[in-house]
Design a protein around this ligand. Structure first.
Ligand code: OGA
Ligand code: NI
Length: 344
């Protein structure tokens, strides 16, 4: 097989000493790594007091972060170091499996519920991104776990445990976010229908020329909230006032961001903020986002309490999450938000 015929980047990288042409961004769309802000990050919220008498203080901190950044980090989140370590470990083992073993899971069909793929959507994109990823649907667990990889042998068990833990955290965060918008604690929970949960394991191999390409170009997440675990290698950057801020790793901390569906539910009080992943020439990087979502048939609309004909008129038409999700994957990652297609 010619080197360029390798479907996965992980197997291509060892054969190249420069970035192949299909990964090179036009000059107007490159990371400009020297312009990235590294001495200021996103807020860290301690969830220790979320379920006690000081709940309102924590809820307020979450609301402020959602409003000002669309992003925050959480510590004392209730997911044990052991669960996190096992998830990170089995992820690394997966991407270090022989090519033939990994390729058993390969598909470029975005609608497949378990698949290993590369870049973002190879069927529609013009420029590739420096990433391979394993994507899994994971709620309800019993509907999907039997599709998941069986190699490494502990993959299903470790990942299922991780999913249960991040789901519990997502539900607590959705309650806090509802309250921070002065909605009933249960509002967002109900608005998501039967709920869905997806995850990705992103694998970014070292890149010989990180200034020419992205791991993931700037994008907003289409789901409700994302809970991201990253390893010790920096790469995530968040847009704030027109500048990219580096989110440097803090061990055992999750990064939470508002996705497009909360932007709609909040009638634009909270924004689904652009973020990107850059690569580096030294180290592989793994990040594991949990995408907490509405179920496909959930009808998404702004909370009536947040619509006011004069000050806050309704911004988006009603739509089902499946309609949104389909458009998201078809149009490709793009700095112009997918939400614009749903404005009234
Ligand atoms: C994503 C994402 C960031 C990262 O997968 O949607 O934004 O650091 N990942 O990998
Ligand atoms: Ni993202």
């Amino acid at each position: 097989m010619a080197a360029t015929m390798k479907p996965l980047l992980t197997d291509l990288v060892s054969t190249v000493s420069s970035v192949p042409p299909n990964f090179i961004r036009p000059e107007s769309d490159r990371p400009n790594l020297h312009d990235v802000i590294s001495d200021h990050s996103i807020p860290v919220v301690d969830l220790h007091h979320l379920d006690g008498p000081n709940r309102s203080t924590v809820v307020k901190a979450i609301g402020q972060a959602c409003q000002n950044y669309g992003f925050f980090q959480v510590k004392n989140h209730g997911v044990s170091n052991e669960v996190i370590d096992k998830m990170m470990h089995v992820s690394k083992e997966f991407f270090h499996l022989p090519e033939s073993e990994r390729l058993k899971n390969y598909s470029d069909d975005p609608m497949k519920t378990t698949r290993l793929s590369t870049s973002f959507n190879v069927r529609t994109e013009n420029v590739s991104s420096w990433r391979d990823y394993l994507r899994l649907h994971c709620y309800p667990l019993e509907d999907y776990v039997n599709e998941w990889p069986t190699n490494p042998p502990s993959f299903r068990e470790d990942t299922a445990e991780y999913c249960n833990n991040t789901r519990r955290l997502a539900l607590r965060l959705l309650e806090a976010i509802s309250e921070s918008l002065d909605l009933e604690k249960d509002h967002i929970n109900s608005a998501l229908g039967k709920h869905a949960q997806h995850m990705a394991i992103n694998y970014y191999p070292p890149c010989p020329e990180p200034e020419l390409t992205y791991g993931l170009p700037g994008h907003a997440d289409p789901n409700a909230i994302t809970i991201l675990l990253q390893d010790g290698v920096p790469g995530l950057q968040v847009l704030k006032n027109g500048k990219w801020i580096a989110v440097n790793p803090i061990p055992y901390t999750f990064i939470v961001n508002i996705g497009d569906q909360i932007q709609v539910l909040s009638n634009d009080r909270y924004k689904s903020v652009l973020h990107r992943a850059v690569v580096n020439c030294k180290a592989e990087r793994i990040s594991i986002p949990t995408f907490y979502c509405p179920s496909p048939d959930a009808m998404i609309r702004a909370a009536p309490q947040l619509i006011n004909p004069v000050q806050h008129p309704s911004i988006y038409r009603n739509f089902t999450y499946s309609e949104y999700y389909d458009k998201f994957w078809k149009r490709g990652l793009n700095a112009e938000t997918c939400l614009d297609m749903f404005k009234v």
